[in-house]
Design a protein around this ligand. Sequence first.
Ligand SMILES: CC(C)(COP(=O)(O)OP(=O)(O)OC[C@H]1O[C@@H](n2cnc3c(N)ncnc32)[C@H](O)[C@@H]1OP(=O)(O)O)[C@@H](O)C(=O)NCCC(=O)NCCS
Length: 172
Amino acid sequence: MVEWVKLELDIDGFDETRFERYLHRARSSGIRFTTMAALGDAPQQRRALYDLNKACSADIPGRGPFYTYDEYVAQRIDVATFNPNGVMVGIRGDDWIAMSATSLHPEQQFAFSEMTGVLAPHRRGGLSLAVKLLAIRFVRSEGYRRLVAFHHPHNEAAIAMNRRLGFVDQVG
Ligand SMILES: CC(C)(COP(=O)(O)OP(=O)(O)OC[C@H]1O[C@@H](n2cnc3c(N)ncnc32)[C@H](O)[C@@H]1OP(=O)(O)O)[C@@H](O)C(=O)NCCC(=O)NCCS
């Protein structure tokens, strides 16, 4: 059985000024950031999100086969926890190249980082930090104080990304 690495970020203690430069740099390079809500969350956008999520998920250790599009819509979008305001995307030209999707769990009082991904040719330039900064702002603006993420123990890049942002091992 996989021992998931369970990480958590204290939103109150998060100093976003440490990461703003990554957002500025990405914007200066021609990437625009928006949300699924602002884009309309229509079938065309859902397909683009699916394609991006699928391409990025191919590099998640232990992920196995990805959903078909219909499965993705049924299990990831047409669900109560899908919040189009909490799905950040980075777009260059017509290409969707980065995403960070967050769900909110009011009863348990935490936000959950569902998926952060950057297309392989655009990696190692700070783009995940830029798009995740927007996700963290969303969490903060919704009044949540905890952002949680679970990773396969072999997903070194994702674990390092989150630790870089200040995530620590969950206690208990
Ligand atoms: C994880 C992922 C989103 C990182 O995207 P990225 O844009 O390349 O990451 P960044 O350039 O912003 O790097 C941020 C930090 O993460 C760490 N990091 C990123 N990639 C890494 C790698 N391959 N190995 C080790 N550390 C890595 C570093 O600490 C880095 O900071 P630094 O460059 O200042 O040292 C990307 O590798 C990806 O899409 N992977 C596949 C999908 C996935 O596993 N998503 C997470 C599951 S939800």
